[in-house]
Design a protein. Structure first.
Length: 366
Protein backbone atom coordinates (compact mmCIF):
# COMPACT_ATOMS: atom_id res chain seq x y z
CA UNK A 1 0.00 0.00 0.00
CA UNK A 2 1.18 3.53 -0.68
CA UNK A 3 1.47 6.61 1.54
CA UNK A 4 -1.74 7.92 3.03
CA UNK A 5 -2.86 4.44 4.05
CA UNK A 6 -3.84 5.65 7.50
CA UNK A 7 -6.52 7.93 6.11
CA UNK A 8 -7.76 5.18 3.81
CA UNK A 9 -8.01 2.70 6.66
CA UNK A 10 -9.66 5.35 8.78
CA UNK A 11 -12.28 6.03 6.13
CA UNK A 12 -13.03 2.34 5.73
CA UNK A 13 -13.32 1.73 9.45
CA UNK A 14 -15.47 4.83 9.84
CA UNK A 15 -17.78 3.39 7.19
CA UNK A 16 -18.15 0.13 9.10
CA UNK A 17 -18.83 1.83 12.40
CA UNK A 18 -21.31 4.36 11.08
CA UNK A 19 -23.25 2.10 8.76
CA UNK A 20 -27.00 2.21 9.21
CA UNK A 21 -28.47 -1.12 8.11
CA UNK A 22 -31.95 0.35 7.91
CA UNK A 23 -30.98 3.01 5.35
CA UNK A 24 -30.16 1.40 2.02
CA UNK A 25 -29.84 4.72 0.18
CA UNK A 26 -27.14 5.84 2.62
CA UNK A 27 -25.31 2.57 2.10
CA UNK A 28 -25.34 3.01 -1.68
CA UNK A 29 -24.09 6.59 -1.37
CA UNK A 30 -21.21 5.66 0.94
CA UNK A 31 -20.21 2.75 -1.27
CA UNK A 32 -20.15 5.06 -4.27
CA UNK A 33 -18.07 7.71 -2.46
CA UNK A 34 -15.52 5.21 -1.21
CA UNK A 35 -15.22 3.53 -4.60
CA UNK A 36 -14.34 6.93 -6.14
CA UNK A 37 -11.62 7.39 -3.51
CA UNK A 38 -10.06 4.12 -4.60
CA UNK A 39 -10.48 4.59 -8.32
CA UNK A 40 -6.70 4.60 -8.83
CA UNK A 41 -6.49 1.06 -7.44
CA UNK A 42 -8.71 -0.55 -10.08
CA UNK A 43 -5.79 -1.98 -12.04
CA UNK A 44 -3.90 -3.04 -8.92
CA UNK A 45 -6.63 -4.69 -6.85
CA UNK A 46 -4.70 -7.88 -6.05
CA UNK A 47 -2.45 -5.91 -3.68
CA UNK A 48 -5.34 -4.62 -1.63
CA UNK A 49 -6.56 -6.03 1.69
CA UNK A 50 -9.51 -8.40 1.23
CA UNK A 51 -12.14 -5.90 2.30
CA UNK A 52 -11.43 -3.62 -0.65
CA UNK A 53 -13.07 -6.19 -2.90
CA UNK A 54 -16.44 -4.95 -1.74
CA UNK A 55 -15.93 -1.58 -3.41
CA UNK A 56 -14.32 -3.04 -6.49
CA UNK A 57 -16.77 -5.95 -6.76
CA UNK A 58 -18.14 -4.77 -10.08
CA UNK A 59 -14.65 -4.17 -11.48
CA UNK A 60 -12.93 -7.51 -10.85
CA UNK A 61 -13.38 -11.04 -12.20
CA UNK A 62 -15.15 -13.58 -10.04
CA UNK A 63 -12.12 -15.88 -9.86
CA UNK A 64 -10.04 -13.04 -8.38
CA UNK A 65 -12.40 -12.53 -5.45
CA UNK A 66 -11.53 -14.53 -2.30
CA UNK A 67 -14.03 -17.39 -1.99
CA UNK A 68 -15.12 -16.42 1.50
CA UNK A 69 -16.25 -13.00 0.24
CA UNK A 70 -18.11 -14.05 -2.90
CA UNK A 71 -21.39 -14.76 -1.15
CA UNK A 72 -21.48 -11.32 0.47
CA UNK A 73 -20.70 -9.59 -2.81
CA UNK A 74 -23.34 -11.66 -4.59
CA UNK A 75 -25.97 -10.62 -2.06
CA UNK A 76 -25.08 -6.95 -2.47
CA UNK A 77 -25.23 -7.17 -6.27
CA UNK A 78 -28.69 -8.74 -5.98
CA UNK A 79 -29.77 -5.71 -3.91
CA UNK A 80 -30.01 -7.78 -0.74
CA UNK A 81 -28.01 -5.02 0.84
CA UNK A 82 -28.63 -5.66 4.53
CA UNK A 83 -27.61 -9.33 4.51
CA UNK A 84 -24.69 -8.70 2.19
CA UNK A 85 -23.28 -5.92 4.33
CA UNK A 86 -23.78 -7.90 7.55
CA UNK A 87 -21.98 -10.93 6.15
CA UNK A 88 -19.22 -8.79 4.69
CA UNK A 89 -18.55 -6.92 7.92
CA UNK A 90 -18.34 -10.23 9.75
CA UNK A 91 -15.74 -11.55 7.33
CA UNK A 92 -13.81 -8.29 7.38
CA UNK A 93 -13.62 -8.31 11.15
CA UNK A 94 -11.92 -11.70 10.97
CA UNK A 95 -9.51 -10.33 8.36
CA UNK A 96 -8.86 -7.15 10.37
CA UNK A 97 -6.94 -9.10 12.98
CA UNK A 98 -4.05 -9.13 10.50
CA UNK A 99 -4.11 -5.36 9.94
CA UNK A 100 -1.84 -2.78 11.50
CA UNK A 101 -3.98 -0.85 14.01
CA UNK A 102 -1.15 1.39 15.19
CA UNK A 103 -2.39 4.19 12.91
CA UNK A 104 -6.03 3.91 13.92
CA UNK A 105 -5.97 2.33 17.38
CA UNK A 106 -8.56 4.77 18.72
CA UNK A 107 -11.38 3.18 16.77
CA UNK A 108 -10.42 -0.48 17.19
CA UNK A 109 -12.83 -0.81 20.12
CA UNK A 110 -15.66 0.68 18.07
CA UNK A 111 -15.03 -1.91 15.35
CA UNK A 112 -15.22 -4.72 17.89
CA UNK A 113 -18.47 -3.33 19.31
CA UNK A 114 -19.96 -3.11 15.83
CA UNK A 115 -18.90 -6.68 15.15
CA UNK A 116 -20.52 -7.94 18.35
CA UNK A 117 -23.81 -6.28 17.46
CA UNK A 118 -23.70 -7.84 14.01
CA UNK A 119 -22.95 -11.25 15.48
CA UNK A 120 -26.12 -10.99 17.58
CA UNK A 121 -28.13 -10.37 14.41
CA UNK A 122 -26.49 -13.30 12.61
CA UNK A 123 -27.11 -15.80 15.37
CA UNK A 124 -30.84 -15.03 15.35
CA UNK A 125 -31.09 -16.23 11.76
CA UNK A 126 -30.62 -19.68 10.25
CA UNK A 127 -27.14 -19.37 8.80
CA UNK A 128 -26.57 -23.06 8.17
CA UNK A 129 -25.37 -24.43 4.86
CA UNK A 130 -24.58 -27.92 3.52
CA UNK A 131 -20.97 -28.90 2.90
CA UNK A 132 -20.07 -31.87 0.69
CA UNK A 133 -17.16 -33.54 2.46
CA UNK A 134 -16.75 -36.67 0.37
CA UNK A 135 -18.41 -38.73 -2.38
CA UNK A 136 -17.78 -42.20 -3.75
CA UNK A 137 -19.07 -44.46 -6.53
CA UNK A 138 -22.47 -43.26 -7.82
CA UNK A 139 -22.39 -40.40 -5.33
CA UNK A 140 -19.89 -38.65 -7.60
CA UNK A 141 -22.40 -38.65 -10.48
CA UNK A 142 -25.36 -37.01 -8.78
CA UNK A 143 -24.24 -33.45 -9.55
CA UNK A 144 -23.91 -34.09 -13.29
CA UNK A 145 -27.15 -36.09 -13.49
CA UNK A 146 -29.82 -34.14 -11.68
CA UNK A 147 -32.98 -36.12 -10.91
CA UNK A 148 -31.45 -39.38 -12.21
CA UNK A 149 -30.70 -41.12 -8.89
CA UNK A 150 -32.89 -41.84 -5.89
CA UNK A 151 -31.23 -41.28 -2.51
CA UNK A 152 -31.81 -42.01 1.17
CA UNK A 153 -30.63 -40.98 4.63
CA UNK A 154 -30.61 -43.14 7.75
CA UNK A 155 -31.66 -41.22 10.89
CA UNK A 156 -29.89 -42.51 13.99
CA UNK A 157 -32.12 -41.59 16.91
CA UNK A 158 -30.18 -39.68 19.53
CA UNK A 159 -27.59 -38.33 17.09
CA UNK A 160 -27.59 -34.58 17.74
CA UNK A 161 -26.97 -33.76 14.08
CA UNK A 162 -30.52 -34.71 13.10
CA UNK A 163 -32.32 -31.54 14.11
CA UNK A 164 -35.26 -30.10 12.19
CA UNK A 165 -33.05 -27.32 10.81
CA UNK A 166 -30.52 -29.80 9.45
CA UNK A 167 -33.19 -32.09 8.02
CA UNK A 168 -34.70 -29.10 6.25
CA UNK A 169 -31.35 -28.53 4.54
CA UNK A 170 -31.18 -32.22 3.62
CA UNK A 171 -34.68 -31.95 2.11
CA UNK A 172 -33.56 -28.90 0.12
CA UNK A 173 -30.50 -30.76 -1.14
CA UNK A 174 -32.65 -33.74 -2.12
CA UNK A 175 -35.14 -31.50 -3.91
CA UNK A 176 -32.34 -30.04 -6.02
CA UNK A 177 -30.39 -33.22 -6.78
CA UNK A 178 -32.40 -36.43 -6.26
CA UNK A 179 -35.04 -38.20 -8.33
CA UNK A 180 -36.63 -39.51 -5.13
CA UNK A 181 -35.54 -39.23 -1.52
CA UNK A 182 -36.23 -41.47 1.45
CA UNK A 183 -35.69 -40.56 5.10
CA UNK A 184 -35.26 -43.74 7.18
CA UNK A 185 -35.83 -43.57 10.94
CA UNK A 186 -33.96 -46.19 12.99
CA UNK A 187 -36.78 -46.93 15.40
CA UNK A 188 -37.06 -50.65 16.16
CA UNK A 189 -33.31 -51.37 15.98
CA UNK A 190 -32.84 -48.88 18.81
CA UNK A 191 -34.18 -51.59 21.11
CA UNK A 192 -30.71 -53.18 21.15
CA UNK A 193 -29.27 -50.01 22.70
CA UNK A 194 -32.02 -49.92 25.32
CA UNK A 195 -31.42 -53.57 26.18
CA UNK A 196 -27.63 -53.21 26.36
CA UNK A 197 -27.28 -49.83 28.07
CA UNK A 198 -30.59 -49.41 29.94
CA UNK A 199 -31.11 -53.06 30.92
CA UNK A 200 -34.67 -53.09 29.55
CA UNK A 201 -36.29 -56.35 28.51
CA UNK A 202 -37.07 -56.74 24.81
CA UNK A 203 -40.75 -55.87 25.11
CA UNK A 204 -40.04 -52.65 27.02
CA UNK A 205 -37.20 -51.77 24.66
CA UNK A 206 -39.35 -52.21 21.55
CA UNK A 207 -42.14 -50.10 23.02
CA UNK A 208 -39.82 -47.25 23.88
CA UNK A 209 -38.06 -47.43 20.49
CA UNK A 210 -41.31 -47.37 18.52
CA UNK A 211 -42.65 -44.44 20.54
CA UNK A 212 -39.45 -42.48 20.04
CA UNK A 213 -39.53 -43.23 16.32
CA UNK A 214 -43.07 -41.85 16.08
CA UNK A 215 -41.88 -38.62 17.70
CA UNK A 216 -39.11 -38.28 15.11
CA UNK A 217 -41.55 -39.06 12.30
CA UNK A 218 -43.96 -36.41 13.53
CA UNK A 219 -41.28 -33.74 13.83
CA UNK A 220 -39.80 -34.39 10.38
CA UNK A 221 -43.24 -34.69 8.78
CA UNK A 222 -43.93 -31.11 9.83
CA UNK A 223 -40.71 -30.05 8.09
CA UNK A 224 -41.78 -32.03 5.02
CA UNK A 225 -44.94 -29.94 4.73
CA UNK A 226 -42.85 -27.28 2.96
CA UNK A 227 -41.57 -29.73 0.32
CA UNK A 228 -42.80 -32.01 -2.46
CA UNK A 229 -44.32 -35.06 -0.76
CA UNK A 230 -44.34 -36.97 -4.04
CA UNK A 231 -40.54 -36.72 -4.11
CA UNK A 232 -39.62 -37.03 -0.43
CA UNK A 233 -40.91 -39.78 1.86
CA UNK A 234 -40.36 -40.75 5.50
CA UNK A 235 -40.38 -44.39 6.57
CA UNK A 236 -39.37 -46.29 9.71
CA UNK A 237 -37.11 -49.31 10.11
CA UNK A 238 -39.96 -51.17 11.81
CA UNK A 239 -41.91 -51.02 8.53
CA UNK A 240 -39.01 -52.39 6.49
CA UNK A 241 -37.92 -55.18 8.82
CA UNK A 242 -41.30 -56.86 8.16
CA UNK A 243 -40.58 -57.17 4.44
CA UNK A 244 -39.70 -60.72 3.32
CA UNK A 245 -36.76 -59.58 1.19
CA UNK A 246 -35.33 -57.64 4.13
CA UNK A 247 -35.74 -60.70 6.36
CA UNK A 248 -33.85 -62.77 3.79
CA UNK A 249 -30.96 -60.29 3.67
CA UNK A 250 -30.71 -60.22 7.46
CA UNK A 251 -30.67 -64.03 7.61
CA UNK A 252 -27.78 -64.15 5.12
CA UNK A 253 -25.81 -61.50 7.02
CA UNK A 254 -26.25 -63.37 10.31
CA UNK A 255 -25.12 -66.59 8.65
CA UNK A 256 -21.94 -64.95 7.36
CA UNK A 257 -21.33 -63.32 10.72
CA UNK A 258 -21.20 -66.79 12.24
CA UNK A 259 -19.06 -68.49 9.63
CA UNK A 260 -16.84 -65.81 8.02
CA UNK A 261 -14.02 -64.59 10.26
CA UNK A 262 -13.21 -61.48 8.20
CA UNK A 263 -16.86 -60.40 8.07
CA UNK A 264 -17.31 -61.01 11.79
CA UNK A 265 -14.23 -58.95 12.66
CA UNK A 266 -15.33 -56.10 10.38
CA UNK A 267 -18.85 -56.04 11.86
CA UNK A 268 -17.38 -55.88 15.37
CA UNK A 269 -14.96 -53.21 14.18
CA UNK A 270 -17.89 -51.15 12.88
CA UNK A 271 -19.56 -51.37 16.28
CA UNK A 272 -16.44 -50.16 18.09
CA UNK A 273 -15.86 -47.41 15.55
CA UNK A 274 -19.36 -46.04 16.09
CA UNK A 275 -19.76 -46.33 19.88
CA UNK A 276 -16.32 -47.23 21.17
CA UNK A 277 -16.49 -44.72 24.02
CA UNK A 278 -19.78 -46.11 25.33
CA UNK A 279 -18.44 -49.68 25.04
CA UNK A 280 -15.32 -48.80 27.02
CA UNK A 281 -17.49 -47.34 29.76
CA UNK A 282 -19.77 -50.38 29.74
CA UNK A 283 -16.78 -52.70 29.97
CA UNK A 284 -15.66 -51.14 33.26
CA UNK A 285 -19.04 -51.91 34.86
CA UNK A 286 -19.40 -55.57 33.84
CA UNK A 287 -17.64 -58.89 34.05
CA UNK A 288 -16.12 -60.22 30.84
CA UNK A 289 -19.06 -62.59 30.43
CA UNK A 290 -21.59 -59.82 31.05
CA UNK A 291 -19.86 -57.49 28.59
CA UNK A 292 -19.80 -60.19 25.88
CA UNK A 293 -23.56 -60.68 26.27
CA UNK A 294 -24.19 -56.96 25.87
CA UNK A 295 -21.87 -56.82 22.84
CA UNK A 296 -23.82 -59.58 21.12
CA UNK A 297 -27.01 -57.59 21.58
CA UNK A 298 -25.41 -54.55 19.96
CA UNK A 299 -24.08 -56.58 17.03
CA UNK A 300 -27.73 -57.14 16.10
CA UNK A 301 -28.10 -53.37 15.65
CA UNK A 302 -25.25 -53.31 13.10
CA UNK A 303 -26.51 -56.34 11.19
CA UNK A 304 -30.11 -55.07 11.03
CA UNK A 305 -29.01 -51.60 9.95
CA UNK A 306 -26.85 -53.00 7.14
CA UNK A 307 -29.62 -55.32 5.99
CA UNK A 308 -32.01 -52.36 5.71
CA UNK A 309 -29.44 -50.19 3.93
CA UNK A 310 -28.85 -52.95 1.37
CA UNK A 311 -32.60 -53.57 1.04
CA UNK A 312 -33.30 -49.90 0.34
CA UNK A 313 -30.28 -49.56 -1.96
CA UNK A 314 -31.12 -52.55 -4.13
CA UNK A 315 -34.72 -53.65 -3.76
CA UNK A 316 -37.11 -51.12 -2.22
CA UNK A 317 -39.35 -49.64 -4.97
CA UNK A 318 -36.70 -50.01 -7.66
CA UNK A 319 -33.82 -49.12 -5.37
CA UNK A 320 -32.40 -45.99 -3.79
CA UNK A 321 -28.72 -46.44 -4.72
CA UNK A 322 -27.14 -43.37 -3.08
CA UNK A 323 -26.89 -42.85 0.66
CA UNK A 324 -26.57 -39.28 1.96
CA UNK A 325 -25.24 -39.10 5.50
CA UNK A 326 -23.30 -36.71 7.78
CA UNK A 327 -20.38 -39.11 7.99
CA UNK A 328 -18.17 -41.42 5.97
CA UNK A 329 -19.41 -44.54 4.24
CA UNK A 330 -19.59 -47.73 6.33
CA UNK A 331 -16.46 -49.65 5.39
CA UNK A 332 -18.00 -53.08 5.87
CA UNK A 333 -20.76 -52.11 3.43
CA UNK A 334 -18.15 -51.09 0.86
CA UNK A 335 -16.35 -54.37 1.47
CA UNK A 336 -19.54 -56.29 0.70
CA UNK A 337 -19.90 -54.49 -2.62
CA UNK A 338 -16.20 -55.00 -3.36
CA UNK A 339 -16.76 -58.77 -2.88
CA UNK A 340 -14.32 -59.10 0.01
CA UNK A 341 -16.31 -61.82 1.78
CA UNK A 342 -16.40 -64.99 -0.31
CA UNK A 343 -19.79 -65.41 -1.94
CA UNK A 344 -21.67 -62.89 0.23
CA UNK A 345 -22.20 -60.42 -2.61
CA UNK A 346 -23.78 -63.13 -4.76
CA UNK A 347 -25.76 -64.67 -1.90
CA UNK A 348 -27.34 -61.30 -1.15
CA UNK A 349 -28.28 -60.92 -4.83
CA UNK A 350 -26.60 -57.51 -5.27
CA UNK A 351 -26.22 -55.59 -8.52
CA UNK A 352 -23.52 -53.12 -7.53
CA UNK A 353 -25.65 -49.97 -7.95
CA UNK A 354 -24.64 -47.81 -5.00
CA UNK A 355 -22.91 -44.63 -3.86
CA UNK A 356 -22.35 -42.42 -0.82
CA UNK A 357 -22.31 -38.68 -0.15
CA UNK A 358 -20.82 -37.36 3.10
CA UNK A 359 -23.01 -34.26 3.49
CA UNK A 360 -22.35 -32.13 6.54
CA UNK A 361 -24.10 -29.00 7.78
CA UNK A 362 -22.07 -26.10 9.13
CA UNK A 363 -22.73 -22.63 10.46
CA UNK A 364 -21.33 -20.19 7.91
CA UNK A 365 -20.27 -17.88 10.77
CA UNK A 366 -18.30 -20.42 12.86
Amino acid sequence: MRSGDASYYGKIFEFFIGIDLSNQLRIHTMLSDIEKDFSDYKEDYQKLPNFFYLYLATKVKKQDIPKNLREAISLIKKQKIDKGIILFIYLIYKESKNLDFSRCITIKKDIENKYNKILEILKKENNLKVIIKETNDLGKNIFQNKDKYSCFTVISMGKKFFSKKNIKLYFQFATEHCKKYLLLICDEVEKWNYMAFKNLNEEEAIGRSIKRGLNYEGAFSRVLNDFDKDKIHIIKFSDLLKQEECKRLLKVLKEYYRKDKDFREDIEGTLWENIGGKLDELKTKLTEEGFNKKSKLLINYVLEEISIIIYVTEFYKGGYPIEIYPGKDIQVKRNIYNKKYGGLYEKLGLKGRRGHIFLNVEDRFD
